[in-house]
Design a protein around this ligand. Structure first.
Ligand code: F0G
Length: 445
């Protein structure tokens, strides 16, 4: 496998290549990078992955991330050699991705108005730190270790910091987390403290925190673990891998994600591009990204709500000036992202270009939902015995909205990703104490 993996700029006109050991998250012209593999993995690996579900004592088989290690082998190791795996691969004792798979949730299906046979919801909140972030953090911290980084750094609306803090503590490396002061769920903040991360409170929103954290990483030798890091994207590919494997690699019609910084959208797109190119899937599922109404940058740009132009990847020639003008407009008007779903309260999605590429490849769609709709989505998931946070509720109500608009057809097979677990304890209490809420079960005296 030596020499199989490398980094490549995503801009087709630039296409600069770098060694897999490069610490940079951008090419020298400032474009994003992809992890690329020269060899095409054998389709026979499907059988190997399936067999690893009987872990036979290996945490790398137990892990829902490293079970697919041949498809993310940027360490270029012999993946059958467990000792070699333990030297390189970062894992929380095999817990990342271990419990994640698609489930049926009949009450959610009824609410959405879709047949229960056609709806799958995949909770990523049962990861060890409580969100999908552990999928990509296991791989990003693996790369950090591989290149000898002493400190990892991130900005976060909460879940990234919890995940980064957890893996850093487990690996004995330092971790600085930049958070928008007063704007993250208390449960997420307490996790970062609990895992011993150095909290840096930023007077601003996530976009401001990201800028500060990137400066810190650059000036103080930190390793950035936000989703602009291409190795984060590698681990997050396992979210669609697990979903597809569960369906025997028969593609659904749709995969639905809430949209924030668009790391998920990017990673799902990359996973589908690779699987299709390798002949592992015959049909390309369509991706739907659900923004909050109060943080709708992608939706505004993709749907032509700003200057009337529908922003597209355009085969690698996106109109980046349109994006800059949109951001200037936000600044000039003093418009800040605002939603109760703080996880996705993001105005400048750092992965927007990779996100557009994913949408182009999958003929994707983008829409918005309101805060009260997200709370209903979150609550109906709860009524099925599953826990998720408000931002994850966007997947549920996003599917409902797209079905009502006849964009998702009633007989389409749909997988919605429930990105994180409830970490704002009072949110369900407040929801259920208000009898006007659709699914409220108010307390009795
Ligand atoms: N859902 C949850 C629960 C999240 O925590 C996030 C992002 C998203 C959805 C959006 O995912 O960025 O891939 O589009 N949270 C980040 C954080 C930004 O810092 O924890 P995305």
């Amino acid at each position: 496998m030596q020499g199989d993996a490398y980094l490549k700029c995503i801009d087709p006109q630039c296409s600069l290549k770098y060694s897999i050991e490069s610490p940079n998250v951008q090419c020298e012209k400032g474009h994003m990078l992809d992890v690329k593999y020269k060899n095409k993995p054998s389709v026979n690996l499907k059988e190997v992955f399936y067999k690893r579900r009987n872990s036979e004592g290996s945490i790398f088989n137990e892990s829902g991330v490293w079970r697919f290690r041949e498809l993310l082998n940027f360490c270029q190791i012999d993946t059958e050699n467990i000792e070699e795996c333990s030297k390189y691969l970062v894992s929380l004792d095999g817990a990342e991705g271990r419990q994640s798979k698609p489930y049926r949730m009949s009450k959610a299906a009824e609410f959405i108005n879709i047949s229960n046979d056609n709806l799958w919801l995949q909770p990523e909140g049962y990861n060890p730190s409580g969100s999908f972030k552990d999928n990509g953090m296991a791989t990003a911290v693996t790369h950090a270790k591989m290149i000898g980084a002493k400190k990892i750094v991130c900005a976060s609306t909460g879940n990234t910091s919890a995940s980064a803090g957890m893996f850093a503590a487990n690996e004995g490396i330092n971790c600085d987390v930049y958070i928008p002061a007063g704007q993250i769920a208390p449960g997420k903040l307490s996790q970062a403290y609990q895992f011993g991360a150095q909290i840096v409170e930023v007077d601003g929103n996530f976009d401001d925190a990201l800028k500060e954290s990137l400066d810190d990483a650059k000036n103080h030798d930190g390793y950035t673990v936000n989703s602009i890091n291409p190795f984060r994207i590698e681990g997050q590919k396992t979210i669609p891998f697990r979903a597809l494997e569960y369906l025997n690699w028969a593609s659904p019609d749709w995969i639905i994600y809430p949209g924030g910084a668009l790391g998920n959208t990017s990673s799902c797109g990359k996973a589908l591009m690779e699987l299709y190119e390798w002949g592992w899937i015959k049909k390309i599922p369509r991706i739907a990204v659900i923004n909050s109404e109060g943080a709708s940058t992608l939706s505004d740009l993709y749907n032509g709500k700003f200057e009337g132009e529908e922003l597209r990847w355009n085969k690698g020639n996106p109109n980046t000036e349109l994006i800059s003008r949109y951001y200037d407009h936000l600044d000039k008007e003093g418009l800040k992202p605002k939603t109760k779903a703080t996880a996705i309260q993001i105005g400048r999605p750092a992965n927007i270009l990779k996100g557009l590429r994913a949408l182009e490849f999958t003929n994707g769609v983008v829409t918005t939902v309101s805060d009260s709709e997200m709370l209903d989505g979150m609550s109906v998931v709860g009524l099925n015995g599953f826990d998720c946070e408000m931002a994850s509720g966007a997947s549920v109500v996003g599917i409902k909205k797209l079905i009502s608009e006849d964009i998702i057809k009633k007989d389409d097979v749909v997988i919605g990703i429930l990105t994180g677990r409830q970490k704002d304890a009072m949110l369900p209490v407040d929801y259920h104490n208000n009898p006007e809420n659709k699914f409220a079960i108010p307390p009795k005296n």
